[in-house]
Design a protein around this ligand. Structure first.
Ligand SMILES: Nc1ncnc2c1ncn2[C@@H]1O[C@H](COP(=O)(O)OP(=O)(O)OP(=O)(O)O)[C@@H](O)[C@H]1O
Length: 362
């Protein structure tokens, strides 16, 4: 895709370590492919150990892949040119406690080889953007976690990168802090930055991301806009309230649902849809029933309505609900898979501390 800012293809990472004389292999990334496009807020969502940080470190060139590859702006991930276009907020940024917000930004600006006037101009802009304008001369010791994290966003933006990579940007923040950070992310997105963020907090991702990849055990389980992910691979819940005559039994409505066509009446091809009667309730009133049905798509919903009407039921109310991201997430991350290869015993039998050999120092 021409405007893929982040392009990851079949990325693999095996961490090899030695522990008590045994070689261990952890398959942290098992053939990950994804693309994030210009202007997107792309979320990488997964439980602990899913491989999110490893993927981010590979994008930044801190971890060397074992297979496959990644590029940023069409440049090899980790190359100097690619890194110049990326701003990074690590999971736990440490700013020396003697700094004020302004002196910290001056320090990061110098590290990016910016001149004094550019540093001043950029600091003013960023302090305004992250809401620290009036607090720039205070020691960071007095900062709340939310302020600290907003300063972290400002440091990541000093050299005006087009892509911002954020590792768990709201982890450990209270609701006010989260909201402040979210607002900054939204402002950055509105200004055209591409944002790639990693989180295990569903609500965060749901609130800020345009597209999401759900990751578990080193694999991408699903990828797409949140609304589409929630639909993927499962029937949407549909609630119906229907009116019936005195002669109609509850069995007749069950059979309407059970006889839902497996053949598309228009084309005579097998219908690519599913329907599941979750529950039917006779209680609401003497001549009404309520039903919860799982329907695969709009065509399945339309056909069920047609059949109910043909069987002389009146549709009083129909409501399609969307599975929440949480339901989708739980379904996808609970799929079984093996992540850790069997430890391989060594012939030498040396007992050494666990030692990782293939992580490049930053
Ligand atoms: N340097 C390392 N050496 C050996 N194994 C590692 C190393 N870094 C990560 N792992 C393992 O790789 C797997 C993926 O870890 P990673 O930190 O990428 O996951 P994550 O999704 O970011 O998890 P978390 O949300 O807990 O940070 C885990 O099983 C982890 O223990």
């Amino acid at each position: 895709m021409p405007n893929a800012i982040v392009d990851v293809r079949d990325l693999r990472k095996v961490y090899r370590s030695w522990s008590w004389g045994r070689r261990r292999e952890v398959h942290a990334l098992r053939g990950v492919s994804l693309q994030a496009h210009a202007g997107e807020v792309f979320g990488l969502l997964g439980p602990n150990g899913a491989g999110k940080t490893t993927l981010i470190k590979t994008l930044l060139g801190v971890v060397r892949p074992s297979g496959g590859g990644a590029s940023l702006f069409g440049l090899p991930a980790g190359s100097t040119q690619a890194r110049q276009k990326v701003g990074y907020l690590p999971e736990s940024l440490r700013v020396d406690r003697h700094h004020t917000a302004r002196s910290a930004l001056r320090y990061y600006g110098r590290m990016s080889r910016m001149g004094p006037s550019e540093i001043n101009r950029r600091s003013d802009e960023l302090l305004e953007l992250v809401g620290l304008r009036g607090r720039d001369k205070e020691s960071v010791r007095r900062f709340s976690k939310g302020m600290y994290q907003r300063l972290g966003l400002a440091q990541a933006l000093m050299h005006d990168p087009s892509l911002l990579v954020l590792d768990e940007p709201t982890d450990g923040l209270d609701p006010v802090g989260r909201n402040e950070v979210r607002n900054v992310i939204q402002r950055l997105s509105d200004s055209g930055k591409t944002i790639f963020l990693n989180s295990h907090i569903l609500q965060e991702v749901e609130l800020v991301c345009t597209r999401v990849a759900i990751m578990a055990l080193g694999e991408i389980k699903a990828i797409g806009p949140i609304a589409e992910l929630a639909k993927s691979g499962q029937a949407s819940p549909v609630f119906l309230r229907i009116a019936h005559s005195e002669t109609q039994s509850i069995e007749s409505v069950r059979s309407v649902v059970a006889n839902h066509p497996v053949v598309d009446p228009a084309t005579s091809d097998p219908a690519d849809e599913s329907v599941e009667l979750v529950s039917v309730d006779q209680r609401p009133s003497a001549n009404e029933w309520t039903m919860n049905v799982g329907l695969s798509d709009q065509a399945a919903t339309d056909r069920l309505v047609d059949r109910l009407r043909a069987a002389n039921f009146s549709i009083l109310h129909l409501e399609t609900k969307q599975a929440s991201l949480e339901e989708t997430f739980m379904r996808l991350v609970n799929q079984p898979s093996a992540v850790e290869a069997e430890p391989i015993a060594t012939s030498s039998g040396h007992a050494t501390d666990s030692q990782v050999t293939d992580e490049i120092s930053a």
